[in-house]
Design a protein around this ligand. Structure first.
Ligand code: HEC
Length: 275
């Protein structure tokens, strides 16, 4: 091993150590002070100009934040966020509603790095990804937030949010000033936009492009925001207990699936190929 290689290896190890040293980086208040800690740690380890000096050289402190993930979290008020999500649905729909319901209060409480995240960029999740009826945008929004906030552990949190979504009669949120009245809630048995909203439309007997349907999705956004924040708040308190098992392994077929096999396959649910 050449000296250069050795130094590189040592640096890698130190970088890992540094990350191990700062597992709580995501949990302490980050601001200018947090950035200073991280960058001076990089310098102290002396791991080459590139690593330590990146941001310093350009004078762009934000650049150094790039790889710090997950992001810091402080407990949110679920009711406030739910009200914000409800309002924001009417701005940019479901995915943005949930993402903004969680991330905008964090922009206000914590600032960087949340203030650098253009929350509007999450709008595409509406209608199950620009109207394709796949994953309900509320859940895409929740996943964006849990991913930023809780990293790998965010997957389990999202898993529990999705399971809850499929088995709960929704919506339950009651806005202070409703924009429309709705009568029904429904259990979707699926996280798919198309199936979830379709079942509700059938029950309420309304078209997709109708005021009650919009109201249902706005309220649903508030519900998903509430649930996600409840779990994130438990998680940061250390009381969160993963509830739902890994979905792709939850069935005999061992493949990504929802829990509604018979709705499409009837009684003839196919066996998994190759098994
Ligand atoms: C939304 C409808 C829908 C649901 C719900 C659904 N499937 Fe499917 N599944 C399909 C379609 C469509 C295909 C493709 C069938 C084809 O092309 O022959 C498929 C394919 C499969 C295949 C691949 C092998 C084959 O014979 O096509 C398996 C295995 C399977 N489904 C099992 C399941 C299981 C188990 C569940 C529940 C956990 C489930 N599916 C839920 C619609 C669905």
């Amino acid at each position: 091993m050449s000296d250069e290689q050795r130094e590189e290896t040592a640096c890698e190890e130190r970088t890992m150590t540094r990350r191990e040293l700062f597992p709580l980086a995501g949990k302490v208040a980050i601001g200018a002070a947090g950035i200073a800690v991280v960058s001076s740690a990089g310098l102290a380890f002396g791991c080459g100009e590139e690593e330590a000096g990146n941001g310093a050289a350009t004078g762009d402190e934000d650049a150094e934040m790039e790889h710090d993930w997950p992001w810091p979290y402080e407990k949110l008020d679920a009711a406030e966020s739910a009200a914000l999500a409800y309002t924001n649905w009417y701005e940019k729909f479901c995915c943005y509603a949930v993402a903004s319901g969680i991330l905008v209060p964090l922009q206000e409480k914590i600032g960087m790095p949340y203030t650098h995240f253009p929350v509007e960029s999450t709008k595409w999740g509406h209608g199950g990804a620009v109207g394709w009826g796949t994953l309900c945008g509320t859940l895409t929004g929740a996943g964006i937030a849990t991913g930023l906030i809780a990293g790998e552990e965010g997957e389990q949190i999202l898993n529990d949010v999705i399971n809850w979504y499929t088995v709960t009669e929704l919506p339950t949120f009651k806005p202070a000033q409703p924009k429309a009245e709705i009568t029904n809630s429904n259990r979707s048995d699926s996280p798919l936009c198309h199936i979830s909203v379709g079942k509700w439309m059938a029950k309420e007997n309304v078209k997709f492009f109708s005021d009650p349907r919009k109201e249902r999705c706005a309220r649903l956004s508030a519900d998903v925001t509430t649930k996600t924040i409840e779990l994130l708040n438990q998680w940061i308190d250390g009381t969160y207990k993963p509830a739902y098992p890994e979905q792709a392994k939850a069935h005999e077929v061992q493949m990504p699936a929802q829990n509604n096999c018979t709705e499409c396959h009837g009684d003839a649910v196919p066996a998994s190929p190759g098994m």
